[in-house]
Design a protein around this ligand. Structure first.
Ligand code: DOR
Length: 440
């Protein structure tokens, strides 16, 4: 038996539990799982002492191309993701121009070809203007679905009122991703962040009620139209309690940022570099998120990788833009939580691979099983790695996790049988291709 690639002696974590075994890959797919003692291959990877996970998906990233390439582009953003052990990304529509038409989607797919290191799909921004077309457009190849901003954030995509939101919800069938912050309440409370304000006020301005109100408005309309929705970056105990009552229709994303950082400490230490929307809140909410990881309420982890330059962050609050980079530190930071006993490695796989597959329907991906795309994230659970700003491939050039020493770190990224990262360095060429979805 001959393969393109054999990965030997790794501890494979999949639907069978943890098994020390070999993987044979041919034509970009898993072709054999088991003892491949006598088999040969063009390439051999020795994975003794490594855990071999189904490829990690980051279903929320902002890569800024076109229009804002001084912050990031498709090449640098996806390089950061691949370096972090990520095999596939869903990119957000708040670029310049917004991804709000088939031409804009086609442009991103063309730009991605030969430049992106990871597999990818791009979200359409849902707006009052394009609502009537979304049912058709959301099925275009390379589209991750529709994303709606209910509160204003970076860029000008905004669906502030229920009439427009309902039109968007009524036009389409794929799971729709939503940023839930209530715009009228944000406007009402804007005066809180007057002269002298610091980033400590960010979670006061964009408070619990701001998030909860939008989430409730969204769910009411989703239930009315039987439309599946995905609430991005949930941050409050109150939303989690509410969302648990609607799991037939709503899925939930949590972020490493909100699971790891907490107010006020993060604002004391990082100032505007910890500013994001929705905000990092206090430990009560962080604990509620961990409880929701434990009890299954959270379906997926994404990073909301949202790079801004230091010069932009240094403008001072509230002129500083919201968002932090996250893809490159995603797996390492979460493995450190695994090492500290906050979640199991199996739950991590559930949140980053099986979860995205289950709720978004990636075709032929996210499973170490014969016939599936050979996407893998290889991790060393014992490796100690201290995160630095200097190692970040993101054009932002900084990370809120600089200085954190993680126990557990990704050491290999394999995408459809092609090695793209090994031991902290990119390998080969950018092989990223559009992700296919089983519902389209
Ligand atoms: O903090 C954020 N930054 N939240 C968002 O919703 C958008 C993102 C960005 O694009 O910068």
């Amino acid at each position: 038996m001959h393969f393109d690639l054999i990965i030997r002696h790794g501890t494979v974590v999949n639907q069978n539990g943890r098994t020390v075994t070999d993987l044979g890959i041919r034509g970009g797919k898993f072709a054999a799982i088991g003892d491949l003692g006598a088999a040969t291959a063009d390439q051999l990877i020795e994975a003794k002492n490594l855990h071999v996970l189904p490829g990690v998906i980051d279903s929320q990233v902002h890569y800024r191309e076109p229009g804002l390439e001084h912050k990031e582009d498709l090449a640098t953003g996806s390089a950061a993701a691949a370096l972090g052990g990520v095999v596939g990304v869903f990119e957000m529509p708040n670029t310049k121009p917004n991804t709000d038409s088939p031409a804009a989607l086609a442009d991103k797919l063309t730009r991605a070809k030969g430049r992106m290191w990871t597999d990818h799909a791009f979200y359409f921004g849902g707006t009052n203007e394009n609502a009537d077309h979304l049912a058709e457009w959301e099925n275009l190849p390379g589209c991750a679905g529709v994303k709606v901003f209910m509160g204003s954030s970076t860029g000008n995509l905004l669906v502030a009122d229920d009439a427009a939101l309902e039109r968007i919800i009524a036009h389409g069938h794929r799971r729709m991703a939503v940023h839930c912050e209530d715009e009228p309440r944000l406007l009402e409370r804007r005066s809180l962040i007057g002269p002298g304000a610091t980033a400590h006020l960010h979670p006061e301005w964009r408070d619990v009620e701001t998030a909860l109100r939008a989430t409730k408005r969204l769910v009411a309309l989703a239930v009315k139209h039987r439309r599946r929705v995905h609430v991005l970056h949930v941050t409050t105990a109150e939303e989690l309690e509410f969302l648990r009552q609607h799991k037939d229709i709503v899925t939930v994303e949590a972020l490493p940022n909100h699971l790891t950082l907490a107010a006020p400490e993060c604002y004391d230490r990082l100032g505007t570099y910890a500013q994001m929307n929705p905000p990092v809140r206090d430990d009560r909410h962080r604990q509620a998120l961990w409880a929701a990881i434990a009890d299954g309420t959270v379906d997926v982890l994404g990073t909301d990788h949202a790079p801004h330059t230091r010069a932009e962050k240094d403008l001072g609050y509230p002129q500083s833009p919201s968002g932090m980079p996250g893809s490159q530190t995603f797996v390492g930071v979460m493995l450190d939580h695994v090492a500290k006993g906050r979640l199991s490695l199996e739950r991590f796989v559930d949140l980053t691979s099986a979860g995205p597959q289950r709720i978004f329907g990636l075709a032929g991906k996210c499973r170490i099983a014969l016939g599936y795309d050979a996407d893998l994230t290889l991790v060393d659970l014992k490796k100690q790695h201290t995160i630095t700003d200097g190692e970040q491939a993101s054009r932002a050039g900084w990370t809120p996790f600089a200085g954190m020493t993680c126990t557990g770190w990704p050491v290999g990224t394999i995408i459809r049988g092609q090695q793209v990262m090994w031991d902290g360095a990119l390998v080969g060429t950018p092989v990223g291709a559009p992700i296919r979805f089983s519902e389209c």
